[in-house]
Design a protein around this ligand. Structure first.
Ligand code: FES
Ligand code: CO
Length: 335
């Protein structure tokens, strides 16, 4: 089974505040994963009991262990089975009785899981904990599309004037100035791109906004918006988990260094609206696998960022954000 780069990435699966005393099931690249919490922190296992394959997520947490709902085998947070109620007490628990443990950590308000034994480093989002900055998490939004289509839409500049006309762009200011894309410290970053925005963050203050985009990994990107002469910054980080083929869950972190005393809700509502505007278009895009062959679609100079993204995915040998046997499966489905 081919496992591409996505298997080594960290996947955002849940807001940290949404994991309580009961275990929760999430999906990553077609895998069923259970999350649970004990006094040591948050843990992620394959959501499968080795006894008879029941979903551990239907069970409960008892004394810091996760208990299978079917025959109550108990696994500690290292995945070792520590109790089998049906076993006569003189019999030792078989060593094979283990759950598959995944790497799991909490960062920037989200729970991240890595399915690989050789995880890549987790992304860095310094503004999340920077003094004078405040972050609110939006989503998760569900999208019937593969992760690279979702990320590419976030990186697409020339749709702002049409899909988000009156808010993030204006049809009469549709030209995109040339900009540079450079690869520094393992990530892509653009020069400042001025975009005329009637309403850049829901506060109805129109004018030119400078965008600096960054691609942090194949499923995470961000931009920083600022206005010349102002110290206000508005940062949006998008990070997605591909749950299954054409099924993606999206989190967006909105970070600002102004209006810190104002409520977050208007910012969230504004982002919900923007995301909704993108949804139909992204779900309509064909082919579902982002074409990495640059001859396959047409490109303009203003698409430099999305071209860089496609080239990078190609260099990384990605199957454009799919579960391992996706391409094979697609090939045998008659079109
Ligand atoms: Fe889990 Fe039997 S299937 S204890
Ligand atoms: Co959009």
């Amino acid at each position: 089974m081919k496992k591409d780069r996505l298997w080594q990435e960290w996947h955002p699966v849940l807001k940290e505040t949404e994991l309580h005393e009961d275990p929760k099931q999430v999906h990553i690249l077609g895998e069923r994963v259970v999350l649970f919490r004990n006094e040591k922190g948050v843990h992620a296992f394959k959501d499968l009991c080795i006894h008879r394959g029941a979903a551990l997520s239907l069970g409960k947490v008892k004394n810091g262990n996760i208990v299978c709902p079917y025959h109550a085998w108990e696994y500690n947070d290292e995945g070792i089975c520590v109790k089998i109620p049906a076993l006569p007490c003189e019999r030792a628990i078989p060593q094979k009785a283990k759950a598959t443990v995944y790497h799991c950590q909490v960062y920037a308000g989200l729970i991240w899981v890595n399915l690989s034994e050789q995880p890549l480093p987790l992304l860095n989002y310094p503004e999340y904990s920077r003094e004078g900055y405040r972050t609110v998490i939006c989503g998760p939004y569900k999208v019937s599309a593969n992760a690279p289509r979702v990320i590419e839409n976030f990186l697409d500049i020339s749709h702002l004037m049409f899909v988000h006309g009156g808010l993030l762009g204006d049809e009469d200011h549709a030209e995109v100035q040339n900009y540079d894309v450079t690869f520094v410290d393992g990530r892509f970053i653009t020069s400042e791109i001025p975009i005329y925005q009637p309403n850049p963050d829901g506060r109805s203050v129109g004018g030119y906004t400078d965008y600096v985009y960054e691609i942090l990994n194949p499923t995470t990107a961000r931009f920083t918006k600022s206005v010349e002469g102002s110290r206000e910054e508005f940062i949006v980080l998008i990070t997605v988990v591909q749950e299954a083929d054409e099924q993606t869950k999206v989190f967006m972190l909105l970070t600002r260094n102004y209006d810190l005393d104002k409520p977050d809700e208007p910012f969230v509502e504004f982002q919900d609206l923007i995301f909704k505007q993108d949804l139909d278009v992204v779900e309509s895009q064909k082919p579902e696998l982002l074409p990495l062959d640059l001859q396959a679609e047409m490109h303009l100079k203003c698409d430099a960022l999305t071209i860089a993204y496609r080239r990078w995915l190609d260099e990384l040998g990605m199957e454009t954000g799919t579960t391992p046997n996706y391409r094979t499966k697609r090939e045998i489905v008659p079109s």
